[in-house]
Design a protein around this ligand. Structure first.
Ligand code: 1PW
Length: 210
């Protein structure tokens, strides 16, 4: 099993934004690959969570390696290309169930969860429970896009999250102080990438893609 370091995720999200604040798909996907490593190192119960993310990462990797890869260099280009060429199911599922736009939207919603969770972790006290922080972050974000059965399964998975100290160790960046410091760098980066994508999707009315 590949080992994880939070630093790797941070580095990928650092590379995500171009000078004029476009989001490079390659680095976005590589940030997600790092997060999946992290989920897998938390134990097998997170398999069901990471499995869906892995599937979506694979779809996007397919576009990055495909014939039209230059159209997928950034999220902005991808959105324009897929919309201009009617490659997105806009109101109901149809011929394009795996469009880049709808696939990225799922990861984008999950990224908000991650942002909220990491921020909670960053400011948490020693005795706070990761399961509660994770569930709160989920309830405030991703859960509203999930059916009951997924919410239930996610809730069960959170219960077996390692405690704060063990969790910090899994992040593999050093002492608790170092974790907090890396989180202090990572959260604003993730937040900016999230906000730019959110604004773009809102402008194009893509936030409810089926
Ligand atoms: C401990 C920190 C965790 C942060 C990583 C978050 C990973 C998020 C994956 C949640 C997946 C739950 C199960 C899958 C549900 C899918 O139905 C759903 N996918 C997502 C990513 O929300 C919607 O995708 P779909 O069914 O419309 O293709």
């Amino acid at each position: 099993l590949a080992s994880f370091s939070l630093q790797e995720v941070l580095d990928a999200f650092k590379l995500c934004l171009s000078e004029n604040k476009e989001v490079y798909l390659e680095h976005y996907v590589s940030g997600w690959r790092g997060l999946v490593k992290f989920l897998n190192s938390l134990g097998s119960v997170f398999g069901f969570i990471s499995k869906d993310a892995v599937g979506k990462i694979k779809i996007l990797e397919g576009y990055l390696e495909g014939d039209n890869s230059s159209q997928y260099a950034t999220v902005q280009l991808m959105v324009k290309y897929e919309l201009d060429n009617q490659l997105v199911d806009l109101t109901k599922r149809g011929n394009h169930p795996e469009s880049g736009c709808r696939t990225l939207l799922r990861l984008h919603r999950a990224l908000r969860w991650l942002e909220l969770f990491l921020e909670r972790l960053r400011v948490s006290g020693q005795d706070e429970k990761t399961s509660v922080m994770c569930a709160d972050a989920y309830d405030q974000s991703l859960s509203q896009h999930h059916p009951w059965v997924v919410r239930k399964a996610a809730g069960l998975a959170f219960c077996v999250l390692p405690g704060r100290e063990a969790f910090f160790q899994v992040m593999n960046v050093g002492s608790a102080e170092q974790v907090v410091s890396v989180l202090g760098e990572a959260v604003p980066l993730i937040s900016e990438v999230y906000q730019i994508t959110e604004t773009l999707y809102a402008e194009q009315q893509l936030l409810q893609l089926p």
